[in-house]
Design a protein around this ligand. Structure first.
Ligand code: SIN
Ligand code: FE2
Length: 217
């Protein structure tokens, strides 16, 4: 009885773990607003569906992506960029929901970055086997703002490395509701996601959804 009570208290308490200089892992931070986040993702996807984009080198990415906010991150044969228009619909990306903006600002603050006002949110969908290779988020004009990353659905192994691609990344298991914030000295850290293990999530089924919030300019 007592053990059960302590378990549920531990589960309900978000924690804050420093994973590098300028980077924190906030376990369970998004959990209290999970239904609002999932409803917002569904509305975004109804307007701008997930699609697998092509890299400048001609490869199709295994992660399926869409965006919301003033600008969206896209890649095609001409390169990577932020664009206010969804090339698929030729209309602006869906607006960034208040529940997203508020979460991103509160999470950034926990990482020591006050006043974070993202203008872009990349929404990634991973299915079993999907991976994201090590990369830096460096298509933004201003690196003074952090990156805020929210995990929903199936667990994933998040790889967080150093400033060089060759730095051996550390592995963090991210579950539904976890948030990672990296900025300042970690802003250009290499990061990626190991191939997603199969599973079934109670709310999202056989997938992981990741939201990454950015200030692009
Ligand atoms: C990203 O680097 O854009 C996504 C990271 C993640 O899915 O956790
Ligand atoms: Fe990234």
């Amino acid at each position: 009885m007592t053990a059960d009570l302590f378990d549920s208290v531990a589960e309900a308490q978000p924690s804050r773990e420093q994973i590098a200089d300028g980077a924190v892992l906030l376990r369970g931070f998004a959990k209290p607003i999970e239904s609002g986040l999932i409803a917002a993702v569904r509305a975004i996807v109804a307007q701008s569906p997930f699609r697998r984009m092509t890299t400048p080198g001609g490869y199709q990415m295994s992660v399926a992506m869409t965006n919301c906010g003033e600008r969206g991150w896209i890649t095609d044969h001409t390169g990577y960029r932020y664009d206010p228009i969804d090339p698929r619909s030729d209309t602006p990306w869906p607006a960034m929901p208040l529940v997203f903006r508020d979460l991103a600002r509160r999470a950034a603050e926990q990482g020591g970055f006050t006043g974070f006002a993202p203008d872009a949110c990349l929404v990634n969908r991973y299915e079993p086997g999907t991976r994201l290779s090590l990369h830096q988020d460096k298509d933004e004009l201003d690196f003074s703002a952090p990156i805020v990353s929210v995990s929903l659905g199936l667990p994933a192994i998040f790889l967080f490395g150093g400033m060089a691609r060759s730095d051996k990344p550390r592995r963090f298991r991210l579950v539904h509701g976890d948030v990672v914030v990296w900025g300042g000295p970690s802003r250009l850290a290499y990061h990626g996601v190991a191939p997603l293990a199969d599973g079934e999530h109670a709310l999202l089924g056989r997938q992981r959804i990741n939201l990454t919030f950015r200030r692009t300019r």
